[in-house]
Design a protein around this ligand. Structure first.
Ligand SMILES: [Fe+2]
Length: 444
């Protein structure tokens, strides 16, 4: 769940305006996609676009309308089964790896479902008195942030879907100019007793429950790279046998190399997209705005935690812990200090961009690529999930996953913050994940 930490009372007009904004943003992201595009599931972790559109609608129907709408009845009984993601307390659900088999309801039917729930949500917001609004507002707020999470997932997932199509379809977005490789710098960060976790009213006004409670951590002094690892540096790692040297790899990572045959980041291929021929030695990268030769100045992305860790070993460095990352982000100096700005989804390149000129501070903290940390995804001291189904939102996933920080070029603006904890299994590569190196401080 989320604990919505409020700066003040909710206002129905404001909630309705924000509801309209987040709902229309989802539809805008789906707009370039045909009904056929929206139905494909290219691997078990990927969900079809229309499933995302329906599931976020199910969330409002299940957690808001069912409890607060007079004479509530579901739009379709079976949608409760089809579009429940993982909430055991709500009831049984359809098998996740088979979401691509749901040819009906079609994309247009999902549109009708969305419109129906939108109308009922607006009617509800128009009808609630102040007391009733106070009871439901934090769940509606959670629904906004949940839908933004799925906006990012929708883009991540359709990127994988389109990557499997031999025609190499383009989703949208504008290619960036070929960039100049930039020298890596280092920023010294003081250690000591620091605080991490969401700050409640001092933050943006909302956090998920996994960002709480704010608590103390001891950090040794450390250094962070001032930008993300680039494709050019990754090519050097590959040329030096990075994917062939077991001494660089965690045991589980080396096992994945053997079973999956990893030789490069997920969307890299030596097949020329214009001819379909391979063997030229040139690496190409699939992006949402097309397939291009790998640009050495852009951040490397779509690498697993195992690959990030092996690269750090090869470089004689390590990955930062999540506490180091958050403390550095909160105490950063430079032109963007104290603000969450970067190449997020609102810039519409839908891909990581070059770091730009050195500033003496940390570049690319927010946006571009989620940054793998060395921290396992665990509850903060004193963490308690909420009671009931909504308590299943985060807490039950705190096993076998690693934390990523900072957001990526697919993250909606307004959905990134210093305390945000994303998490994926160490072998996951379809998230837009990259690498920032650390040095000193915590031992490897
Ligand atoms: Fe969800």
């Amino acid at each position: 769940m989320a604990s919505a930490t409020l700066k003040g009372m909710y206002d129905a007009v404001d909630l309705r305006s924000r509801f309209d904004d987040v709902r229309s943003q989802t539809e805008q992201l789906a707009q370039p996609l045909s009904p056929e595009d929206q139905t494909v599931q290219s691997m078990p972790d990927v969900s079809p676009t229309k499933w995302h559109r329906a599931h976020v609608t199910w969330f409002f129907e299940t957690f808001v309308l069912a409890d607060h709408e007079r004479d509530f009845a579901p739009f379709q009984d079976k949608y409760w089964f089809l579009f429940n993601s993982y909430y055991e307390a709500v009831g049984p659900r359809y098998n996740r790896p088979e979401r691509g088999l749901i040819s009906r309801p079609g994309a247009h039917d999902v549109g009708r479902y969305r419109a129906d729930v939108d109308d009922r949500m607006r009617d509800l917001l128009d009808s609630l008195d102040e007391g009733a609004l106070a009871k439901v507002a934090s769940t509606i707020e959670l629904g906004f942030h949940h839908e933004q999470q799925h906006q990012e997932l929708l883009l991540m997932d359709i990127k994988h879907v389109l990557s499997r199509n031999p025609l190499q379809p383009v989703y949208a977005g504008t290619p960036t100019a070929v960039s100049e490789p930039d020298r890596l710098g280092w920023v010294d960060v003081d250690g000591g007793l620091v605080e991490i976790g969401a700050e409640g009213s001092a933050d943006s006004g909302f956090c998920f429950d996994n960002e709480l409670p704010r608590h103390q951590q001891w950090l040794e002094p450390f250094r962070l790279a001032d930008r993300l690892v680039t494709n050019g540096e990754w090519l050097e790692f590959m040329a030096d046998g990075g994917y062939r040297r077991p001494e660089l790899w965690l045991s589980d990572g080396w096992a994945r190399i053997k079973t999956e045959g990893w030789q490069a980041p997920l969307y890299w291929s030596q097949l020329d997209p214009s001819t379909g021929a391979g063997g030229s030695g040139t690496w190409f990268e699939h992006t949402l705005h097309g397939t291009f030769p790998v640009d050495p100045g852009l951040p490397v992305t779509h690498v697993s935690h195992y690959e990030a860790d092996a690269f750090a070993s090869w470089a004689g460095k390590r990955l930062p812990t999540e506490a180091e990352w958050e403390h550095a982000a909160r105490t950063a100096t430079g032109p963007t200090a104290g603000s969450v700005v970067g190449n997020l989804a609102n810039t519409a390149s839908f891909h990581a961009e070059a770091a730009g000129p050195a500033t003496g501070g940390l570049r690319q903290l927010f946006g571009d690529c989620w940054e793998w940390t060395a921290s396992a995804y665990l509850p903060y001291p004193g963490f308690h999930p909420a009671a009931g189904a909504i308590g299943e939102y985060n807490g039950k996933f705190m096993s076998g996953q690693m934390v990523l920080r900072g957001g990526c070029a697919l993250t909606p603006a307004g959905h990134a913050r210093a305390s945000y904890r994303n998490f994926f299994p160490a072998g996951a590569r379809w998230a837009m994940s990259g690498v920032r190196l650390a040095d000193g401080g915590a031992p490897r």
